[in-house]
Design a protein around this ligand. Structure first.
Ligand code: HEC
Ligand SMILES: [Cu+2]
Length: 356
């Protein structure tokens, strides 16, 4: 009988070790992913905040994780203890164990303790929501209107008269002289959600409603995000790029964007194609007949690193491919293939490439 007990113990210890190794592996993998996300920001990590709202959420998540982790440990320990201690043994003689009914003390304990835990979590969360949503707007704040479209982002800077798409430029915010960016979020069609994990939590863009969010990035660089609310076929290719610039770079960017489109007299052929096809119904180029608002403003197309909301790099080949057949890059995008002749497309792309 003693022998049998020993083998049973070995099985239990073996399984417990297996589970621990598995858990350790998962934690290690998560840790490696987190570390790998750090150097270049190419994988936006909620564990690497660079702006006040994202930091508040990050600290709250630590608090919630600590409490839920503790609950997990207590429950798991008690469970393991009960499973091992009260497992079937030959001494049981197939007798039914003692049955216990109703204990006011225990019932009260497991009702009141969870209620207290939930109240603490609720209060901590409410505090963070209030601190983020009701943050006062300093006079130095930059105001930007972000409009969600299927499947791209429009950004307007009312103070500068700038309209651009998909790549938001904001100044870095120094805690001593904060220059946060306050975003007014609108939608042109359906629900979208603005989410740049390192800068702030998600906020939805809802038709006929004005939502707000704000960011105050402490470090220059490119921050990636994503539409976080399913909005149609190309929702997954509705990426966000936020370029956080030094004050000088930001001023230079604003100056360049405030200029009318570059009119290169050498590229009149492409310009004529643009102005005589449906392009102008959907796209605007300042200083030309093109005033469409359905698609991205192309006045300074070449100042952007990507096209089609981050779906492709802004290169000559990709522009050609895009204009010939947008579906090749972004199936289901709301720009039609215009069926233009190859020379016309070539001329168009040469013209678009003058739009700096
Ligand atoms: C029916 C409206 C419509 C017409 C017509 C149209 N486009 Fe577009 N275009 C769009 C939309 C919508 C997008 C954004 C697609 C996306 O990212 O999902 C777009 C995106 C683009 C882009 C990428 C811009 C960026 O910054 O991402 C370029 C370049 C472009 N169009 C050029 C053209 C040219 C050139 C023509 C004419 C041959 C044209 N478009 C005709 C609606 C249109
Ligand atoms: Cu969307």
């Amino acid at each position: 009988m003693v022998e049998k007990h020993k083998t049973e113990w070995r099985v239990i210890v073996g399984r417990a070790t297996g589970i621990l190794v598995l858990l350790g592996g998962i934690l290690l993998a998560a840790g490696l992913c987190d570390a790998a996300a750090r150097p270049d920001n190419s994988v936006p990590s909620i564990f690497d905040p660079r702006s006040t709202p994202a930091e508040s959420i990050y600290h709250l998540s630590h608090f919630v994780l600590a409490i839920t982790g503790l609950i997990f440990l207590v429950v798991f320990t008690l469970l393991t203890y009960a499973v091992i201690k009260f497992r079937r043994s030959p001494a049981d003689n197939k007798r039914e164990p003692a049955q216990v009914y109703g204990s006011t003390q225990i019932e009260l304990a497991w009702t009141i303790i969870p209620i207290l835990i939930v109240v603490v979590l609720f209060l901590a969360t409410a505090r963070v929501i209030h601190a983020i949503q009701d943050a006062p707007k300093p006079a130095t704040a930059l105001e930007v209107t972000a409009i969600g479209h299927q499947f791209w982002w429009e950004f307007r800077y009312p103070a500068f008269g700038i309209v651009t798409a998909n790549e938001l430029h904001v100044p870095v915010s120094n805690p001593a002289h904060p220059t946060p960016t306050f975003l007014k979020l609108l939608s042109a069609d359906t629900d979208h959600s603005f989410w740049v994990p390192q800068l702030a939590g998600k906020t939805d863009l809802i038709p006929n409603r004005v939502n707000d969010t704000w960011i105050d990035p402490h470090q220059t660089g490119m921050y990636l995000g994503q539409c976080a609310q399913y909005c149609g076929t190309q929702h997954a290719k509705m990426l966000l790029r936020v370029s956080v610039d030094s004050p000088e770079d930001f001023d230079a960017w604003v100056r360049a964007q405030s200029q009318p489109a570059n009119q290169d007299p050498k590229e009149t052929a492409g310009k004529r194609v643009f102005e005589t096809t449906a392009c102008i119904n959907c796209h605007a180029i300042s200083g030309t007949a093109a005033t469409g608002r359905f698609g991205p403003d192309l006045t300074h197309l070449m100042s952007r690193q990507t096209i089609a909301s981050g779906a492709a790099e802004n290169t000559t080949e990709n522009l050609l491919a895009w204009i010939q057949n947008p579906d090749a890059i972004k199936p289901g995008s709301l720009m039609p293939a215009m069926k233009l002749s190859d020379p016309d497309v070539d001329a168009l792309v040469r013209y678009l490439e003058t739009l700096r």
